[in-house]
Design a protein around this ligand. Structure first.
Ligand code: FES
Length: 101
């Protein structure tokens, strides 16, 4: 049973990949060829924004950059920045890239 996978839903490509603690969702997407939007990789452009549909508890807490870039309501609803959201431990995670434009 694979219980530690991340389902990454990009614009056109969706993949379920093995989750690696310490690695960001964006890095997972890039390594596996998922078309996940991004520009800065530093938490400022918000291109990598995503909604965590499942398994938010398996991610590290939102970073300072995410608190600066996202509204409190967005964080409350489960939005994260893919380049900032680091996998904390094993468990199923589902993340959908949802950029603003
Ligand atoms: S890639 Fe720019 S905020 Fe994540």
């Amino acid at each position: 049973m694979v219980s530690s996978s991340v389902e990454l839903i990009g614009r056109k490509i969706t993949k379920s990949v093995e989750s690696k603690p310490g690695v960001s969702l964006l890095q997972h997407a890039i390594q596996h060829g998922v078309d996940w939007q991004h520009l800065c990789t530093r938490g400022t452009c918000a291109r990598c924004r995503c909604i965590i549909e499942e398994g938010a508890e398996h991610l590290e807490e939102p970073t300072k950059a995410e608190h600066a870039r996202l509204d409190p309501e967005e964080i409350e609803e489960g939005y994260r920045l893919g380049c900032q959201a680091i996998v904390k431990n094993s468990g199923q995670i589902t993340a959908r890239n949802k950029t603003y434009f």
